[in-house]
Design a protein around this ligand. Structure first.
Ligand code: SF4
Length: 373
C-alpha cells in the first residue's frame, strides 16, 4: 500500500522561457477546462482506490496548482480523504506561483487542509525574471510570501534559481538575502538547466543570451550552501535547505526510493516495483478516466540492477548519504577502485558506516555517481 500521493496540475498562466515540463497555458482560475480536469482527477483516484491508503503526504504540483480555486482544492482533498484516507498531521503541500494567489484563496487553501506552500519565487531581480520569462515580478513574489504568512502558513518553501544569463554573484546574494529575510522554513536553490525545445535554449543558441561562466555558477552553489547554513538551514539534499524538522517529507520519500502514486496527466507513479507514466495529453487523459480505463501510457519494470542504480543516484542526493549495510543488503556493490579514487579526490567520504558526497562532490554529483557505478 502506497502512502504518498502526488497530484499533477498541468496548467500555467503562460509558458516560462526555460520550462520543458508538460504544462499548457490557460486562462485564469475558473476556466471550464480546469473544472473538468479537477473532476477527472477525482475519477482517477477512484480508479486507483486499491493502490494507496493512509496518506502521509499529498503534494499538488505542476504546472500551477494555484490555478485551482480553493473550493476545487478542497473537493480534491475531500476526495483523497474519502478514497484513500489521510493520516492526522500529514504533510499537504501546494506549489504556488506569485501572481496567481489572492488572500482569499490562501485562506481557503488553509481551510481545505493545505499546511505547506511552495512558492516559485525564482529570483528577486526584475531583469532575471524577465530573462526566465516568468509571469510575475519581484514585488508579487515578496507579497505572496507575506500573504501566505498572514493566511496562517507556518511551513513555507521558496524556489530560487541561479546560473541565469546575466546573473552575477552580487545579484544572487541579494536575492538569497532578501528571501532569507522572509524567514521561510525551506528553500530550494536550483541551477538553471537550459533544456532543448525551450525559448531560452534558442536564445542561448542564437547568442542572444550567454550563461555565466562555469566557475561562477559553481561559486554561486557554494555561496548558497554557505549563506543558508549561516542562517540556520540544514543542507539536506543537493539543492534543498530546511530549518531543522522542516525537510520535505514528500520529497525525502522520492530520494529514499519509496513508492508513490501520481495522479493526473503526465504524472508518474512507482507502485509494486513498477514505474508508470500517465498519458501526457490532457484530452486523452480525461477521456481515459471518464471511460474508467487506467490512463497509463508507459510501464517500466524495474530490474534489480535498475533498483541498485536508483538507490545510489537518489540516495546520494541526500547529504546524509546511504547506509553501507543497505548497499550490502542489495547484493550488489560499487566499484572499489572508483570509491578509493573519488575519496582520494575529496568527492565522497565514508563516515559512521555511511557513504556520502562531500560538498565538492555534490557540485559534480552526476559525474561522481556515474564513476561509482
Ligand atoms: S510556472 Fe513552472 S511549470 Fe509553469 S511554465 Fe513556468 S516553470 Fe513551467
Amino acid at each position: 500500500m502506497v502512502h504518498y500521493l502526488y497530484i499533477h496540475v498541468p496548467f500555467c498562466v503562460a509558458k516560462c522561457d526555460y520550462c520543458d515540463f508538460y504544462s499548457i497555458p490557460v486562462a485564469r482560475t475558473g476556466s471550464d477546462e480546469i473544472k473538468e480536469y479537477a473532476v477527472a482527477l477525482l475519477d482517477e483516484m477512484a480508479l486507483r482506490r486499491e493502490v494507496a491508503g493512509d496518506l502521509r503526504t499529498v503534494y499538488l504540483g505542476g504546472g500551477t496548482p494555484t490555478l485551482f480555486s480553493a473550493e476545487e482544492v478542497s473537493a480534491l482533498l475531500s476526495g483523497a480523504r474519502e478514497i484513500f484516507s489521510i493520516v492526522q498531521g500529514a504533510e499537504i503541500t501546494i506549489e504556488a506561483n506569485p501572481g496567481t494567489i489572492t488572500d482569499r484563496q490562501l485562506a481557503g487553501l488553509r481551510e481545505a487542509g493545505i499546511n505547506r506552500i511552495s512558492i516559485g519565487m525564482q529570483s528577486l531581480s526584475g531583469r532575471e525574471l524577465c530573462t526566465l520569462g516568468r509571469s510575475h515580478n519581484a514585488e508579487d513574489a515578496l507579497s505572496a510570501v507575506k500573504s501566505a504568512r498572514q493566511a496562517g502558513f507556518d511551513n513555507i518553501s521558496l524556489d530560487l534559481i541561479y546560473g541565469i544569463p546575466g546573473q552575477n554573484m552580487e545579484v544572487w546574494q541579494d536575492t538569497m538575502l532578501r528571501a532569507l529575510e522572509l524567514l521561510p522554513e525551506h528553500i530550494s536553490a536550483y541551477e538553471l538547466t537550459p533544456e532543448e525545445n525551450t525559448r531560452l535554449h534558442t536564445r542561448l543558441a542564437n547568442g542572444f543570451y550567454e550563461l555565466p561562466e562555469e566557475q561562477l555558477v559553481i561559486g554561486m552553489y557554494y555561496e548558497a550552501v554557505r549563506m543558508m547554513q549561516s542562517h540556520g538551514y540544514r543542507h539536506y539534499e543537493i539543492s534543498n535547505f530546511a530549518k531543522p524538522g522542516c525537510e520535505s517529507i514528500h520529497n525525502l520519500n522520492y530520494w529514499d526510493r519509496g513508492e508513490y502514486l501520481g495522479i493526473g496527466a503526465a504524472a508518474h507513479s512507482f507502485v509494486n516495483g513498477m514505474r508508470t507514466g500517465n498519458k501526457r495529453d490532457i484530452a486523452r487523459y480525461m477521456e481515459s478516466v471518464k471511460n474508467e480505463v487506467m490512463p497509463v501510457d508507459e510501464e517500466i519494470y524495474v530490474t534489480e540492477q535498475d533498483a541498485f542504480r536508483e538507490m545510489i543516484f537518489l540516495g546520494l542526493r541526500k547529504t546524509e548519504g546511504i547506509d553501507l549495510d543497505t548497499i550490502a543488503e542489495s547484493g550488489m556493490s560499487l566499484k572499489k577502485s572508483a570509491v578509493d579514487e573519488l575519496a582520494g579526490h575529496g568527492l565522497i567520504e565514508i563516515k559512521d558506516n555511511r557513504l556520502r558526497l562531500t560538498t565538492k562532490g555534490l557540485v559534480m554529483s552526476s559525474e561522481v555517481m556515474v564513476r561509482l557505478m
